[in-house]
Design a protein around this ligand. Structure first.
Ligand SMILES: Cc1ncc(COP(=O)(O)O)c(C=O)c1O
Length: 326
């Protein structure tokens, strides 16, 4: 492929079979191969270009958003290319690698304390709102509350998965933070075939999973920590929750047995898929979103626990009714 512009290289990521020992066939959508390294390249570009079209974002403007890292990285990359100043608010708990990546693109990072609730006045989300209000000619994509976030994935990622699987997809699993990915892709897939099962993957300790009494959790880049209008319950069959221990164990398994060095949300997605694996039949085809790379979390020590992960998911030993894609 040849492109005249880096942004044209966003999307069209590969769908790769992961040889888990189970009925049905499991594919991972390698979103970490986007230019900015995550699924968030798609939604950030979509929201920024919608704002340009509507006149909300003008040349010389400033992009401001709150992010656990990947939305910030995508916004910083796009801002660098398009000539916008970028300010990203984030929290101390998120990986240093992601925060340094945002800075490497030339963006300003505003570090905020880690808070349990997103609407805490000290949270990184509240800080972004304050900065946006105080900065003339600024645009805040506001991924947590902007319906365009889900529309991005409805318009781009959903159709891509449908085409790549020739419409054979039967199960879809995605990490849920803003819920833009699972709500947008879920809506598209349900419109094509209402029988497709759509699963959102959350942390057991999130705001939503604990009915508003969140506990700290180590895994990052996903977790339903606020009520958001982006969430579309009509297209999500079930929210599956994953503990830190299970997610971390799966990360070791994926790296050391499958060559997939992926981030925490991908480990959680694979664990959630495991919760449903006995329901998969020979002709079923599951797609898991692997949203970012493990390289952004190496300092967190997530990748050392193969012994535990052996129990969770052994590698496939023989071909079991594989659904082949062209
Ligand atoms: C790697 C990764 N996976 C999953 C998610 C959750 O996606 P969404 O915000 O669309 O629910 C994010 C969000 O930042 C992410 O960075």
């Amino acid at each position: 492929m040849m492109y005249n512009n880096l942004l044209q290289a966003i999307g069209n990521t590969p769908l790769v079979q992961v040889k888990f020992d189970c009925q049905g066939t499991i594919y991972a959508k390698l979103e970490y191969l986007n230019p900015g390294g995550s699924v968030k390249d798609r939604s950030a570009l979509f929201m920024i270009e919608q704002a340009e079209k509507s006149g909300m974002l003008k040349p010389g403007g400033t992009l401001i958003d709150a992010s656990s890292g990947n939305q910030g990285i995508a916004t910083a990359m796009i801002g660098a290319l398009k000539g916008y100043k970028v300010i990203i608010t984030t929290a101390e708990k998120f990986s240093k690698e992601k925060i340094n990546t945002i800075k490497a693109y030339g963006a300003e990072v505003v570090m905020c304390p880690t808070t349990d609730l997103i609407d805490d006045p000290n949270s990184y989300h509240s800080k972004a709102l304050q900065l946006h209000a105080a900065t003339p000619n600024s645009f805040m994509p506001n991924q947590y509350y902007n319906p365009q976030n889900a529309l991005a994935h409805y318009s781009l990622l959903g159709p891509e998965i449908w085409q790549q699987t020739n419409g054979k997809i039967t199960h879809f699993f995605a990490g849920a933070g803003t819920t833009g990915t699972v709500s947008g892709v879920g809506r598209f897939l349900k419109e094509q075939n209402p029988d497709i099962k759509v699963y959102a993957v959350d942390s057991v300790n999130s705001y939503r999973a604990t009915n508003g009494n969140p506990k700290p959790y180590i895994l990052e880049s996903f977790g339903m920590d606020f009520d958001t209008p982006v969430y579309n319950p009509h297209v999500i069959d079930e929210i599956l929750t994953v503990s830190d221990d299970d997610g971390i164990a799966m990360l070791g398994n994926l790296a050391q047995r499958h060559g997939l060095l992926v981030g925490p949300s991908s480990g959680a997605v694979a664990c959630a898929m495991m919760q449903k694996v006995t329901a998969l039949k020979r002709r079923d085809l599951a797609v898991m979103i692997f949203g970012d790379s493990g390289r952004a979390y190496l300092t967190k020590g997530f990748y050392q626990e193969t012994h535990k992960s052996e129990i969770i998911m052994p590698a496939r030993t023989e071909s079991m009714g594989t659904v082949e894609l062209p």
